[in-house]
Design a protein around this ligand. Structure first.
Ligand SMILES: C[S@@+](CC[C@H](N)C(=O)[O-])C[C@H]1O[C@@H](n2cnc3c(N)ncnc32)[C@H](O)[C@@H]1O
Length: 238
């Protein structure tokens, strides 16, 4: 099994660069969050006592956006990086119903760190760091954690079905970065798209293989909810 500590996310400068630059190079980041909030409003918010889990929360941008509109009963934020969790705490402040847990996905899979059920499990741009076998194990783990009727939403990079489509999607991504008004910054970030597969820490899989894995595990109504190039929002219900 891979180790979080050996990944670049354990490096302080790498994680700080992500926090500083992600808004520039992640296409339609706001829209991905809005669609997720729409699903939450439609299916989850009706349960007044919803409990939420964010796996690989980073500096908690998603949770900050979620709680602008909704008031879940409890929110658990997990990340392998202590620094990211500190930034998440700084962003959200300390509240009795927030639970910050420093843990890698690998340690979640080998232990009993989470011993409650969740109505909504979210993860963005983190699970592609796991091998396909590990992804399947984590998806099964999420399925076990979900309450009946609960939803898992995963926003991540996926491998396109062919080289031809991949080349177009990466060009689409570069076009997005080039549109940023800070030209110096955007020039520097133009190398990011090529790294989505090239970095040894990144092990994205196809959307199809992950949808199939979710179905095999038992998730219902598995679908892709929103997509732009290699960025995909997908998931299912228990
Ligand atoms: C690209 S950032 C995404 C952060 C946040 N979800 C967002 O959308 O902005 C990836 C996050 O996943 C965390 N991460 C990467 N590999 C992990 C692992 N194996 N276990 C736990 N967290 C991991 C990193 O520390 C980082 O905070």
């Amino acid at each position: 099994m891979s180790k979080f500590e050996e990944s670049r996310w354990a490096d302080s400068e790498f994680s700080r660069n992500y926090r500083d630059e992600a808004n520039v190079y992640l296409p339609f980041r706001r829209e991905f969050i809005e669609i997720t909030k729409s699903l939450y409003a439609y299916f989850i918010d009706a349960k007044s006592e919803a409990s939420v889990l964010d796996l690989g929360c980073g500096d908690a941008l998603f949770i900050q956006e979620l709680i602008k509109t909704f008031s879940p009963k409890s929110i658990t934020l997990v990340d392998g990086s202590n620094e990211m969790l500190e930034e998440a705490q700084r962003r959200l402040g300390k509240k009795a119903n927030f639970n910050f847990i420093q843990a890698s996905f690998q340690s979640l899979l080998s232990g009993e760190l989470l011993n409650q059920n969740f109505d909504f499990v979210y993860s963005s741009l983190a699970i592609h760091h796991l091998s396909f076998e590990e992804k399947k194990q984590l998806y099964s783990y999420i399925y076990r954690l979900l309450s009946p009727g609960g939803s898992f939403v995963h926003y991540d990079v996926v491998v396109p079905p062919s080289k031809k489509i991949e080349s177009w999607f990466l060009s689409l991504w570069r076009q997005w970065i080039k549109k940023h008004p800070d030209k110096e910054m955007s020039k520097k970030l133009l190398e990011i798209p090529e790294q989505y597969k090239r970095n040894t820490d990144n092990i994205p899989d196809t959307l199809g293989s992950q949808l199939q894995a979710l179905k095999q595990i038992g998730f219902k109504e598995v679908d892709c909810y929103f997509k732009h190039g290699i960025f995909s929002l997908f998931g299912g219900f228990k």
